[in-house]
Design a protein around this ligand. Structure first.
Ligand code: GLA
Length: 400
């Protein structure tokens, strides 16, 4: 066995096909092979997040069973940044007295730590961004032990418009260059970092984000904890499936499950849609107030198995009529996941066709109702179901 391990690099070198040198170094394949899962501070704490909040979040991710369910990244969003010293080295602000110690703590829990910055001089919350300090910042992140970077356009918008006031194409080119610059800086720093682009979907980012090293990219505007926001974002993802896959994911934004006044059905619909969309699952709720109901939604193994399916095929919308939509995605073992969503205000009483054929399934396939936790046995297109306001039926279909 030890001999085999010693010889492994040699064997791999022999069997690996010859490749021409790529112009851009791709991110390591193992990173984000399935959509990243974790928690992010922004949706709940906003600018108020502190070191103590992050430690507590890490503790609860472990004690609640979220880590076991796959939530690994603990991400500090905007408002951790302090000032630069005389050498340009960024320091965290007074809310984060020792970022390295915080990273060590998070790592000691079997979790990973993420940070946030901007290619601009200022972040969205007007803290210092990385403009002109990209390599310095990437090196700092590596020294601290950072595993994930969300890189948010914000302040760079001023820079790109001022650099080319009347030339939109040039502005967009500069934006890509800025994202590629941090990508190269991260590679140079030498620590594997999941690279998350946040520029709200500009310039069909899904078409070029992997070329600048992104593992995920926001496809649109900021989410908020209302069903209207969740529905708008989810419905806007139609047509984007072909751009995502292992190592590179569309990101409809962080989860609001457990936030605001979302009902049980709305929280479940939100979670189901994000799982169907192979979305990164970054919880954004106050973990100190986790209820059994919210924990159950966030850690539902059947839903997470859809999100994390190794085939990595995001769902397509196969049917839409009024408030009812059906989305489906193929799964690695030949199963098909089907979500029937009622975006409307009224209870939907009639069964409608499940459109099994369009989903790649067919009559006689067996269905498992994920939220209902029951086998429905063989089904056909005319399965009679009722959907309450904002409810989603999620079926895992298996060939009989
Ligand atoms: C932007 C992003 C949000 C969040 C804030 C922080 O609005 O889209 O997700 O990171 O900035 O300031």
């Amino acid at each position: 066995m030890p001999t085999l391990i010693r010889l492994l690099p040699l064997i791999l070198a022999i069997v690996a096909p010859a490749r021409s040198a790529p112009t851009i170094t791709p991110p390591p394949a193992v990173l984000a092979a399935t959509p990243p899962m974790g928690w992010n501070s922004w949706n709940w704490f906003n600018r108020k997040v502190t070191d103590a909040d992050i430690r507590q979040a890490a503790d609860i991710i472990v004690s609640s069973g979220m880590r076991e369910a796959g939530y690994l990244y603990v991400n500090i969003d905007d408002a951790w940044e302090g000032t630069r010293d005389a050498h340009g080295v960024l320091r965290a602000n007074e809310k984060f007295p020792d970022m390295k110690a915080l990273a060590d703590y998070v790592h000691s829990k079997g979790l990973k730590l993420g940070l946030y910055s901007s290619p601009g001089a200022l972040t969205c919350a007007k803290f210092p961004g990385s403009y002109g300090h990209e390599q310095q910042d990437a090196d700092l992140y590596a020294a601290w032990g950072i595993d994930f970077l969300k890189y948010d356009l914000c302040g760079f918008r001023t820079i790109m418009t001022e650099a080319a006031p009347n030339d939109k194409r040039e502005q967009l080119r500069l934006m890509r260059v800025a994202y590629e610059k941090m990508h190269q800086a991260l590679l140079q720093a030498g620590r594997p970092v999941v690279y998350s682009l946040c520029q709200y979907g500009y310039d069909a980012v899904w078409q070029w984000a992997p070329e600048v090293g992104a593992h995920l990219w926001r496809t649109g505007d900021d989410i908020n904890a209302t069903f209207a926001s969740i529905a708008l974002i989810a419905r806007g993802q139609a047509g984007l499936a072909k751009y995502s896959g292992p190592g590179h994911w569309n990101d409809p934004d962080m989860l609001e499950v457990g936030n605001g006044k979302l009902t049980l059905d709305e929280n479940r619909t939100h979670m189901a849609l994000w799982a169907m969309l192979a979305a990164p699952l970054l919880a954004g709720n106050n973990l100190t107030q986790l209820t059994p109901e919210i924990t159950a939604i966030l850690t539902d193994r059947d839903i997470i198995a859809i999100d994390q399916d190794p085939l990595g095929k995001q769902a397509d919308r196969i049917f839409a009529e009024g408030p009812i939509e059906i989305w489906s995605r193929p799964l690695a073992n030949g199963d098909v996941a089907l979500a029937v969503v009622n975006f409307g205000q009224d209870t939907f009483l009639r069964g409608i066709s499940l459109h099994l054929q369009a989903a790649g399934a067919g009559p006689g396939w067996h269905a498992y109702d994920i939220w209902g936790k029951k086998n429905l046995g063989p089904i056909d297109d005319h399965y009679a179901f009722t959907l309450k306001r904002h409810e989603t039926l999620v079926l895992r279909l298996t060939r009989s």
